[in-house]
Design a protein around this ligand. Structure first.
Ligand code: RIB
Length: 282
């Protein structure tokens, strides 16, 4: 485990079943793909693994099933240097994501949330963490409970759904992609970071742009989980008290580097790797 800031990630853990195909199917269409790969995933587990890789002392608060998939996935998370909070296992199947990735690196994902729906984080002490990171693959009640218990919540509003305005207002930072941001009232948010994929990211304060970062040009292989790495990187820089523009630039590089290998956790960058892109001559 790293010696950096303390991060708690409250969120999902999924087994990702991934198939590559030449192009994604249209509704009602069948396409043929390659061999299926089983990978560790889930927005919570991805963000926790990315935070640990970047040097944060990271705890994942997630619900795994009592099945073989839950054992395997929990083991994968621990192998990546993440502590698991003591949360009861669920009798539902471990969360599973069905992912198709095409030759351009575009993807489609359907998540069977399973055990994630039983997550109860209320018994986990969130005091003492420099940042708490959460997403929306767990029940609203979990997110509301976490938002009520910490003033240091970085909330990734993915996958998008309508949220209580008071809950959003309690977040230290809200992170959304362009589609998710369309459902938000940016003017009501003190800090909202909108990711733009290969075009980088923008930071808004009450709807006014205060920082913008370009993403480095890379040869992307697979963008699954790149947004999760961005969120983890941004949350760590927030925890360290870094200036908005520098945090945004750091997270944009981390997110881009995450696309360089297959799998949501296949190309998690280290702090040194991100810095070498930000300061190539140092
Ligand atoms: O953000 C990528 C993740 O979304 C995948 O790992 C999948 O499990 C879904 O949760």
């Amino acid at each position: 485990m790293g010696s950096g800031p303390r991060a708690a990630v409250v969120g999902s853990a999924n087994v990702d079943l991934v198939v590559r195909c030449e192009r994604l199917p249209r509704p009602g269409e069948t396409v043929l793909g390659g061999d299926v790969a089983r990978r560790a995933g889930g927005k919570g587990a991805n963000q926790a693994a990315a935070a640990a890789r970047l040097g944060a002392r990271t705890t994942l608060v997630a619900s795994f099933g009592e099945d073989e998939a839950g054992d395997w996935l929990a083991g994968q998370v621990v192998q990546r240097g993440v502590d698991l909070a003591p949360v009861a296992r669920s009798t539902r199947p471990t969360g599973t994501a069905f992912i198709a990735v095409d030759d351009d690196g575009e993807n489609q994902i359907v998540v069977a949330a399973g055990a994630n729906l039983d997550l109860d984080a209320s018994g986990v002490d969130l005091d003492g963490y420099d940042v708490v990171l959460a997403q929306l693959e767990v029940p609203d009640a979990v997110v509301a409970d976490v938002a009520a218990r910490t003033g240091r919540l970085v909330l990734n509003v993915a996958p998008s759904r309508a949220l209580d305005a008071d809950l959003l207002a309690r977040c230290a930072v809200v992170i959304a992609n362009e589609g998710e941001a369309a459902a938000l009232d940016l003017a009501a948010l003190a800090h909202c970071v909108v990711t733009l994929g290969a075009r980088g990211a923008v930071h808004y304060r009450f709807g006014v742009e205060v920082a913008r970062a370009a993403a480095p040009v890379v040869r992307a292989v697979d963008a699954v989980g790149a947004g999760d790495v961005f969120c983890a990187a941004y949350a760590i820089r927030y925890a360290l008290g870094e200036a908005d523009d520098r945090a945004l630039a750091y997270a944009s590089v981390a997110g881009a580097l995450a696309t360089l290998a297959p799998g949501a956790q296949g190309a998690l960058p280290t702090d040194e790797e991100v810095r070498s892109w930000l300061e190539p001559d140092s």
